[in-house]
Write a protein that binds this ligand. Structure first.
Ligand SMILES: Nc1nc2c(c(=O)[nH]1)N[C@H]1C(S)=C(S)[C@@H](COP(=O)(O)OP(=O)(O)OC[C@H]3O[C@@H](n4cnc5c(N)ncnc54)[C@H](O)[C@@H]3O)O[C@H]1N2
Ligand code: MOO
Length: 445
C-alpha cells in the first residue's frame, strides 16, 4: 500500500469513524435469540409481559387459604402448587371454609387471606383457628405486573436478572442487538486446516474472528468463506453480501432480525427453517463483512478495486498505525438502502488483530449498543523498558501488565501472533512518543 504518512487517517480518528459508522448502522443489528444466548447484549425493543405476575391469585405462605374473618374455619381439602390448582380440589370457598395450601399454589375463589401454619392457634379434626388480616399473604394476579405491561425499555443491558425476568414473563427468546459478522478469507496460498504444505499458509485470522466478535457483542455465522485471489471473485463475494435486511424465522440458536427499517431487497435464497445452527457462513444478512488479506497494493490485492466496482463508500482507507496500516472501512449499498459495513483486515495476522482493534471492534460494539469494552484510556500505564515510536504512525505494541507496568513481550511483528498471545493489551504509542506513560487497548479475551 503506497501511501505517504499523512494521507492515511490518524489512528484515534479511525476508531472514532468506525464507532460513528457502527452507530449509524445499528438499526438493523437487532435479532431474536434464545434467552440463554442474550446475556450481555442490549434489548433491541421494549420487554413486555406476555403474562401477568403473579399469573393467578396465589398463596404467599404455606398454611390455610381462608374465607371470612374467622377466627375458625372448616378445612375442605388441600391444594399444592402445580397441582390441578384450586379448581381441582376446592374451586370456591364460602365464608368459614378453608383449604390447606402451599406457597405459590392458586387460592380458591373467595379466599380472603392465608393463615400461615405459624399463626394457627388451634386445630381439631378438619378445623383450624387463628387470627388473620383480610388480604394478608395472598399475592393477587397482576399485582406486580399486568400482562401487556412494558417492563424494561429498549437499550437495557441483559443481565442474569433480565433473563430470569423475561422467563417469568413467558419469553423463550429476546430481541437483542447482536450484529452478525461474515468473513471472506482471501489468498491462493491460504489453507483452512492442518499443517500447511510447501508455499501454503494456514489461515490464522478466520479462527480469531468468533472471539473478536463475541468480545464486541457480535457473532459470526459459521466458518469463513475462502476466496481465490482475483478481482471477479472479490466482486462476486461483495455482491453476495450487499443485502442486509433479511428477516429469518426465530428458531433455536438461529437469530431473527428485528430491524426497525429493513431495506427492501429480498434475499437470494430462502433460509432453512429447521432451526439448526448455520454452519456455512451466509454473507447475505450480515451486518459486517470482514475481508482478510488483499488489503495492500500487490498484484492479487483487489479489495479496493472491487469495492469501487460495487459502488461502496470507502470511509477509512488506510490508518496511520503499525501494524495494520493497509486496513480499511467501507459501506456497501446506498444512502437510501445501506448495506453492511466492510472491514478490510491486512493479511499479516498481527496486523489483522491490530486492525480489528482499530476498526472492527469499535464498529461492532457501537452496533451492539453497549459501552465500548475497550475505550482508549488516558495514557496512564507506565511502560517498562524502551519502545521506539514511529515517526508518523501510532504503534500498537503487545504488552503484558505486571506490577502495575506495561511490559513489551516482543514477538509482535505483523506476521506473528506470538506476542499478542502472550500479551494482555496493546500499548498505544503515538508518533513521536517519548514515554513513559501509554494508553492501553485490551486484547480480546
Ligand atoms: N508495496 C507495499 N507492499 C506492502 C505494503 C505496502 O505498504 N506497500 N504493506 C505491507 C503491510 S504493512 C501489510 S500488513 C501487508 C498487507 O497485505 P494484504 O492485506 O494485501 O495481505 P496479503 O498480501 O494477502 O498477505 C500478506 C501476508 O499475510 C499472509 N496472510 C494472508 N492472509 C492470511 C491469513 N488469513 N492467515 C495467515 N496469514 C495470512 C500472506 O500469506 C502474506 O504473507 O502488505 C504489505 N505489503
Ligand atoms: O499492516 Mo502491516 O504491518 O502493518 O504488517
Amino acid at each position: 500500500m503506497v501511501r505517504c504518512g499523512n494521507a492515511v487517517m490518524p489512528w484515534a480518528q479511525a476508531r472514532e469513524e468506525a464507532r460513528r459508522l457502527g452507530e449509524q448502522s445499528a438499526w438493523a443489528a437487532g435479532r431474536v435469540v434464545a434467552l440463554e444466548d442474550a446475556l450481555g447484549a442490549v434489548l433491541a425493543r421494549d420487554l413486555t409481559a406476555l403474562v401477568g405476575v403473579p399469573a393467578y391469585d396465589a398463596a404467599a405462605m404455606d398454611g390455610y387459604a381462608v374465607a371470612g374473618s374467622g377466627p375458625e374455619w372448616s378445612v375442605m381439602g388441600r391444594v399444592l402448587a402445580g397441582a390441578s390448582g384450586a379448581a381441582g380440589a376446592v374451586a370456591r370457598l364460602r365464608p368459614g371454609q378453608a383449604v390447606e395450601i402451599a406457597t405459590g399454589a392458586e387460592v380458591p375463589e373467595g379466599t380472603d387471606a392465608v393463615l400461615p401454619y405459624e399463626s394457627v392457634v388451634g386445630s381439631a379434626s378438619r378445623r383450624v383457628r387463628g387470627e388473620i388480616a383480610l388480604g394478608k399473604h395472598v399475592r393477587r394476579a397482576g399485582e406486580d405486573t399486568v400482562a401487556g405491561d412494558s417492563v424494561l425499555p429498549v437499550g437495557t443491558v441483559v443481565t442474569p436478572a433480565v433473563v430470569g425476568l423475561a422467563a417469568s414473563l413467558g419469553h423463550d427468546t429476546l430481541a437483542v442487538r447482536r450484529p452478525r459478522v461474515a468473513a471472506f478469507v482471501t489468498g491462493d496460498e491460504i489453507t483452512a486446516s492442518g499443517r500447511p504444505g510447501a508455499g501454503q499458509v494456514r489461515d490464522a485470522i478466520g479462527p480469531m474472528l468468533p472471539g473478536i466478535a463475541a468480545w464486541a457483542g457480535a457473532e459470526t455465522a459459521g466458518a469463513p468463506r475462502f476466496l481465490r485471489d482475483g478481482f471477479d471473485a472479490m466482486v462476486a463475494a461483495l455482491r453476495s453480501a450487499e443485502h442486509r435486511g433479511r428477516t429469518v424465522g426465530a428458531s433455536g440458536s438461529r437469530a431473527a432480525r428485528v430491524g426497525a427499517a429493513p431495506p427492501a431487497a429480498p434475499p437470494a435464497e430462502a433460509p432453512p427453517e429447521d432451526g439448526t445452527r448455520v454452519h456455512r457462513q451466509e454473507a447475505a444478512g450480515a451486518d459486517v463483512v470482514v475481508v482478510c488479506g488483499a488489503s495492500s497494493k500487490g498484484p492479487a490485492d483487489h479489495l479496493r478495486a472491487a469495492l469501487a466496482e460495487v459502488g461502496a463508500a470507502i470511509v477509512v482507507d488506510g490508518v496511520a498505525c503499525r501494524p495494520g496500516h493497509p486496513q480499511l472501512l467501507a459501506r456497501l449499498g446506498t444512502d437510501e438502502e445501506p448495506g453492511p459495513l466492510v472491514v478490510g483486515l491486512p493479511g499479516n495476522p498481527n496486523a489483522a488483530l491490530a486492525a480489528a482493534a482499530t476498526l472492527l471492534m469499535p464498529a461492532l460494539r457501537a452496533m451492539a449498543g453497549g459501552p465500548d469494552p475497550d475505550p482508549v484510556l488516558p495514557p496512564a500505564m507506565q511502560v517498562k523498558g524502551a519502545i521506539r515510536p514511529h515517526a508518523h504512525d501510532t504503534r500498537l505494541v503487545a504488552v503484558r501488565i505486571s506490577g502495575g507496568q506495561a511490559e513489551p513481550v516482543g514477538f509482535d511483528r505483523p506476521g506473528s501472533l506470538r506476542g499478542a498471545a502472550l500479551a494482555d493489551a496493546y500499548a498505544v504509542v503515538p508518533p513521536g512518543w517519548s514515554g513513559p506513560y501509554a494508553a492501553l487497548l485490551w486484547l480480546p479475551r
